[in-house]
Design a protein around this ligand. Structure first.
Ligand code: P1T
Length: 398
């Protein structure tokens, strides 16, 4: 066993035990045993870049240098693996750093990736302006249309089928099991960006996906106070490739950030249930309002992906998109009039956020296959008093 993995192996044993518990127990306990020296119940912030060796190569617990491994990050990585029902977790400095590492670990110049025709603008930019220059090109297909994804695969060249479900910002649903079959039949891997659902609502690895990525900046961190990313896999060969590239590329989560993300993860389930409760009430209000032309939420029976979402998600999440009567000017005005909903990019925090994807998070996809409607408003429904949220939207709609 490679030296770097010895400590990791010991931690995996702990994690396997934790895996037998319920989600909530794993979110709180997996990845860490109270510190044997001090009994510290919560993983301390190990602000150390390097580790004393007991003789050359005599590492304590596998720790050598904090880019390679750091105990605060290890605790988070174990917890992430556990809540995603994976084997190994990896924590990164941002969601895009996690994505970049997956792309460069699992594709080579000259190879091809199928990406969603609706995805976070920064993900599209990473494929279009960075991976493409490196030599990995892409085609876009709707994640809701498994046959279109299959048709976009170039046999022999396509190494990854990359999906978001629900997508950002159109909340389109892809059938993870069906997409995994299509990818595997063509010799490709299925990567699922699970940021919008969070591991509490959806566990793609259990549905056949090979790689899960997250922006932990969002629901996992949950408090809008940290930027982070994650990758989780089951297959140990894939894990080796990701581990090598995580260390070789170096975009790791620092110990302070790893601490914050892990703290957030411990309350994910309680926050997420309230996000869903509040989103359902916001959706009911918007759906009955004539100033709104369309409400997009996978929990609505009218959503084309409702049945698939009901099968693969525990609940339907805290993200809501809607289109307004009055076009782009009204959409911008709604965003600007809201007060309890803060006008800001990002999502998944305790506080409610509102934004105009066309001018904000998805400005970089203007003119591409991924362009979003300009009368679209996106909400990240927080966990404030739901009556205040509904009243705020009522006022903002004017
Ligand atoms: O911002 P970062 O932590 O690098 O994560 C990128 C990312 C990846 N995947 C999805 C589905 C995302 O939504 C994001 C980031 N999204 C926003 C900042 C946003 O407001 O949509």
């Amino acid at each position: 066993m490679p030296r770097r993995l010895r400590g990791v192996y010991a931690r995996r044993v702990t994690q396997e035990r934790a895996n037998k518990s319920g989600f909530e127990t794993r979110a709180i306990h997996a990845g860490y045993e109270p510190d044997p020296t001090t009994g510290a119940v919560i993983p301390p912030i190990y602000a150390s870049s390097t580790y004393k060796q007991d003789g050359v190569g005599g590492l304590r617990g596998g720790y050598e240098y904090s880019r390679s491994a750091n105990p605060t990050r290890t605790a988070l990585e174990g917890a992430l693996a556990s809540v995603e029902d994976g084997e190994r977790g990896f924590a990164f400095a941002s969601g895009l750093a996690a994505e970049d590492t997956v792309i460069r670990a699992l594709t080579r110049p000259g190879e091809h990736v199928v990406i969603p025709d609706d995805a976070y603008g920064g993900t599209h930019r990473l494929f279009d302006k960075v991976a493409k220059v490196w030599g990995t090109d892409h085609s876009a297909a709707s994640v809701a249309d498994t046959q279109a994804v299959a048709a976009a695969i170039q046999p022999g060249r396509t190494k990854l089928v990359w999906v978001e479900t629900p997508t950002n910002p159109m909340l389109t649903i892809g059938d993870i099991e069906a997409l995994a079959t299509v990818a595997h039949d063509a010799g490709a891997l299925l990567v699922v960006d699970n940021t919008f659902a969070s591991p509490y609502l959806q566990q793609p690895l259990t549905l056949g996906a090979d790689v899960v990525v997250h922006s932990t900046t969002k629901y996992v961190g949950g408090h809008s106070d940290v930027v982070g990313g994650a990758v989780v896999v089951r297959d140990l060969d894939l894990a080796e490739k990701i581990a090598f590239h995580q260390n070789a590329m170096g975009a790791v989560a620092g110990p302070f950030d790893a601490f914050l993300v892990n703290r957030g993860l411990k309350t994910l389930h309680v926050r997420m249930d309230r996000h869903c409760d509040n989103a359902e009430q916001v959706v009911a209000f918007l759906d009955a309002d004539p100033r709104v032309t369309e409400v997009i939420y996978p929990g609505l029976a009218s959503h084309p992906g409702h049945e698939v979402a009901a099968r693969q998600m525990k609940r339907f999440g805290g993200m809501v998109s809607f289109r307004v009567a009055g076009g782009v000017e009204q959409a911008l005005a709604v965003c600007e009039r809201a007060e309890v909903f803060t006008l800001a990019e990002s999502l998944g925090g305790i506080e409610s956020l509102i934004e105009h994807p066309g001018r904000m998070t998805h400005a970089s996809v203007a003119g591409t296959d991924l362009e979003v409607p300009d009368d679209l408003v996106r909400l990240s429904v927080g966990i404030e008093s739901v009556g205040d949220l509904v009243a705020d939207l009522d006022r903002a709609l004017g």
